[in-house]
Design a protein around this ligand. Structure first.
Ligand code: NAD
Length: 355
């Protein structure tokens, strides 16, 4: 298979960790006979420095014309005082909108070798967990009508949650199809006891569920879901949520794994082109030192193989190599507990040696 991948390395540790993922993809290409070609584009702070804006048309077109996009991270203190419309983070929102990415997939799992980093009680951690949050990314209250006005008690502000049947149907289908590749269970999150959008959400999810008889579906109120995630995360396989509920629950889910440098995410639209990135930021405090943990970005590359290119065997090969490397006690500084930490490039070499 031939794939053109756009690289948006970004700022801080972005270039270091994306370079590691490229090395891993090249190793996969060599082993399984695929040709991955890479083109780099600027976005975020480095684009502001070069062109005065966080996202250029050249980067948008380059990403749109690629088969998928691998992103490091953007931002840093250098650009923190710029006005909101030219902040590095604008590049992310702009890319998501331009690529029509309405789905955010965020897996959260506990690695046996890193159980001690988990903040939950040992009896809960021992059961393990491996879940993925499927979050709607371009609708709901973050995009609804908003404003300020004079209300009953004086000046007030409002934000509006609105969801169309079409938006719910398409994200529900992503959740069911994701579940079909996993343990075939979807928990749909809503607040149907209060919100009309949630009642439409629930109705629509159940109608779409009928098309996927092999997948079990249940509903859970968002307040209960926030509790269950820390009480017994092992009960979840695929968690389907609206934009705002997913924003909150996905951060909770990543926090309980205890290791930010290990978590990948992908944003997908209706086509095969997706945006794959680690969930952490540009870590300016360690940028340029060669000590960043590249695993989240390497696992983002694995998600790209699985979800955009349908290369599950190759993705499994990366995931297994990461597992084995961690099981062998090899750690970057952020996850070391007494072990001598390895550098970004040593960690990358260790993973490649197990592919
Ligand atoms: P951060 O995730 O960059 O860093 C938080 C802490 O985790 C730091 O101590 C950092 O050294 C550590 N860390 C993060 N990733 C690591 C890795 N791979 N290996 C080892 N240690 C790692 O969050 P922050 O400090 O709040 O933000 C820094 C900058 O990143 C800000 O400008 C922020 O806006 C931006 N940011 C960007 C994205 C993105 O591009 N998607 C996401 C979050 C934050």
């Amino acid at each position: 298979m031939k794939c053109n991948i756009a690289l948006v390395k970004g700022d801080g540790i972005g270039p270091e960790i994306v370079d590691s993922a490229v090395e891993v993809l090249n190793a996969i290409g060599k082993k399984y006979g695929h040709e991955f070609s890479f083109t780099s584009y600027l976005a975020g702070g480095c684009s502001i420095d070069a062109y005065g804006v966080p996202l250029t048309q050249e980067t948008i077109d380059g990403c749109k014309n690629s088969d998928s996009v691998l992103l490091g991270a953007v931002g840093g203190p250098k650009w923190d005082t710029l006005p909101g419309n030219i902040r590095p983070e604008k590049a992310l929102l702009g890319l998501r909108a331009e690529l029509g990415l309405f789905t955010n997939l965020r897996p959260a799992k506990i690695y046996d070798a890193l159980k001690e980093a988990c903040t939950l009680r040992p009896d809960i951690v021992d059961k393990g967990f491996d879940l993925v949050i499927v979050r709607e990314l371009t609708g709901g209250i973050y995009f609804g009508e908003r404003g300020r006005r004079d209300g009953k008690y004086g000046p007030e502000a409002y934000d509006t949650e609105a969801y169309s049947v079409m938006e719910i149907e398409r994200i529900a289908r992503v959740a069911f199809e994701t579940a079909q590749k996993r343990r075939k269970n979807v928990v749909s999150i809503d607040k149907a006891n209060v919100l009309e959008t949630s009642r439409l959400w629930r109705e629509t999810v159940h109608r779409i569920a009928a098309e996927y008889p092999d997948v079990e579906v249940s509903d859970m109120l968002v307040d209960n879901a926030a509790m269950q995630l820390v009480r017994d995360p092992s009960r979840f396989d695929v968690v389907l949520t609206s934009n705002m509920f997913g924003d909150i629950l996905s951060d909770e889910a990543s926090q309980i794994t205890g290791s930010i440098g290990l978590l990948a995410s992908s944003s997908l639209g209706s086509g095969k082109c997706g945006l794959y990135e680690p969930i952490h930021g540009s870590a300016p405090d360690i940028a340029g030192k060669g000590i960043a943990n590249p695993i989240a970005t390497i696992l983002s590359a694995s998600m790209m193989l699985r979800y955009s290119f349908n290369l599950s065997k190759e993705a499994d090969s990366i995931d297994n190599a990461v597992n084995e490397t961690l099981a062998a006690g090899i750690r970057t500084a952020d996850i070391a507990r007494g072990e001598t930490p390895v550098s970004t490039s040593e960690m990358t070499k260790e993973i490649i040696s197990r592919i």
